[in-house]
Design a protein around this ligand. Sequence first.
Ligand code: AMP
Length: 299
Amino acid sequence: MTIFAAYLYCSRKTMALHIITSVQEMHNYASVLRADGKTIGFVPTMGYLHEGHAALIRHSCLKADITVVSVFVNPTQFGPNEDFLRYPRDFERDCHIAENAGALVMYAPSVEEMYPSGYSSMVLAGKESQVFDGIARPGHFNGVVTVVTKLFNAVKPHFAVFGQKDYQQTLVVKRLVMDLNFDIQIIIAPTEREPNGLARSSRNVYLSEHDRENAAMIYKALTAAADARHQGEKNAHMLQTIMQNILMTIPHVHIEYAQTAHAETLTEIIDFDDDDSIVFLVAIRLGTTRLIDNLIWHP
Ligand code: AMP
């Protein structure tokens, strides 16, 4: 066992969260773990952790010897008029939540560490990125796959856990891993919700108490459309109208999209077949806050 590995196991015993901020240290640490035959599970996040993130971490800990959580608010996935600067941050709290959920390593590089002067390469997201959020947020998914690639290269995980909450992102990341031959399993964990059905999100902190109650209508819209499909409705326009009618009851709402698509390919279909899996997708704005959610219906 190397000195480095001995230190590692020592810190494991005390269960102290090990914080890594440099790419090089993350490389070294991951290489030691791999050389010692340890399974690395990875949960990439932008921080301001909540119960949804904690569930992903716990999921990883069930399978991995070491779970690495990353906290990095990635500037390349934000548009010029988006909330990069005001995105909520609380690193100390993140460390507590990650540690309590079972993570052993917190990887938190700075923007300068990830994108040093002279940085100029980007990864291009695949076809699943060209609809829905890919249209609403130009360049967003290229930023996502670029940072995911960089994080995968540094953390060297055996598997990574992503949330269904960002459904299109899960398909884009699966495509990335398949197309670029990453030897990493992608696991999708279910969406954690507040008691009223609102999907947990770091951005919920922007919402007033009143907005939070109103935003619960998103889940009502998704479940109403899924119920209608269950009762035999197969026409996409009808299913979308059900969602829109419910979403329009939210005061001051701006509906970006309330759409249906084939769950595996994200292709839009006019009339679904009996055996089509469907994803219901919603993006709305409440004031300056953008909220997304989705529900999958299987035959
Ligand atoms: P974020 O920090 O928002 O970039 O999210 C990091 C990871 O946590 C992504 O894989 C998200 O899909 C996942 N995530 C965010 N919110 C939830 C939630 N409510 N339930 C499950 N996973 C979530």
